[in-house]
Structure formats: structure tokens, C-alpha cells
Design a protein around this ligand. Structure first.
Ligand code: MG
Length: 158
């Protein structure tokens, strides 16, 4: 059986916060606000794999009302979520993501991010891809106030 899963997330950007995408620290004047470390890409990927496997969503597994997840490392949340997905018999076929922000540019960090996500999801890097886009000055992302991520995955159960 194969199943697709879609994940989306948006985080406000604030001066003095780290800008994290898939566990990779990207130099930037602003970074993601959040109860956790704010890694918007990790959050969207968690929702994609949970959606495909029908195991819930990030808010159910890791409630932002729970002090345990204050400043949480989102890549360790992704590993925990993937462990549940794997436990249910699923493996990742591929993952494709779009990061939407005005700055910083994502492309110079793409290979590092792909490697980081592939490592967490226990697949070769060829199965993970990522694109960066600007929002042409439109909306919160376009005005540099937020970063948005869409993630689409395909899971397979043998
Ligand atoms: Mg989030």
C-alpha cells in the first residue's frame, strides 16, 4: 500500500531568533518564533508523515500547551514521529518540500537540509528534495514577517 501525506506550517519571524530549516541553522537577521525551536520545515514534514500514516498531527503528539516542548528540538520531534510511523510498518518513498520566505535564500543550504531530513527519515538523500521560493512581496511571507512551508510525502507499507 502507498499513501500520500501533506503538511503545512507557518511561523512568524523575529529578530534574535535562530532560523532553522530541517535542523540546519541558517544565518539570518531574523528567525522563527515558536513554543519549540520554531523549525517550520521540520513541523510541516511531521504533519506530512503523520497524515500519510493516519497517526494524527503534530498538535496531538506534541501539544504546544505542554511545557515539555518549550524550546524543543524539532528534529528530535521528527525522529519521534517517524519512529511511530515506522512502528506502524511505513517507510518513506520520497519527500518534496517548498519553503516560502523573502530571505534568507534557501538554495545555498539545500544539500545540508536534504541530508539532515534524509538522515532523520532513514532514507538516501535522493529521496528528499526541497525548493525555496519568494512570495513576490505578497502576504506575511512576502513582507518578511513569516516563513511558510509545504511538504508532500509518499509512504509505502510492504
Ligand atoms: Mg509549527
Amino acid at each position: 500500500m502507498i499513501k500520500t501525506g501533506l503538511g503545512y506550517d507557518i511561523h512568524r519571524l523575529k529578530k534574535g531568533r535562530r532560523f532553522l530549516l530541517g535542523g540546519v541553522d541558517i544565518p539570518s537577521s531574523k528567525g522563527e518564533m515558536g513554543h519549540s525551536d520554531g523549525d517550520t520545515l521540520a513541523h510541516a514534514v511531521i504533519d506530512a508523515i503523520l497524515g500519510a500514516s493516519g497517526l494524527g498531527d503534530i498538535g496531538e503528539l506534541f501539544p504546544d500547551s505542554d511545557p515539555a516542548y518549550k524550546d524543543a528540538d524539532s528534529m528530535s520531534l521528527l525522529r519521534t514521529a517517524f519512529a511511530k510511523v515506522k512502528q506502524a510498518g511505513w517507510q518513506l518513498v520520497n519527500l518534496d518540500c517548498v519553503v516560502i520566505c523573502e530571505e534568507p535564500k534557501v538554495l545555498p543550504f539545500r544539500e545540508a537540509i536534504r541530508a539532515s531530513l534524509a538522515n532523520a527519515l532513514e532514507v538516501p538523500v535522493e529521496r528528499v528534495f526541497l525548493k525555496g521560493k519568494t512570495a513576490e512581496g505578497l502576504g506575511a511571507a512576502g513582507k518578511g514577517k513569516a516563513v511558510e512551508v509545504m511538504a508532500l510525502c509518499l509512504l509505502e507499507k510492504l
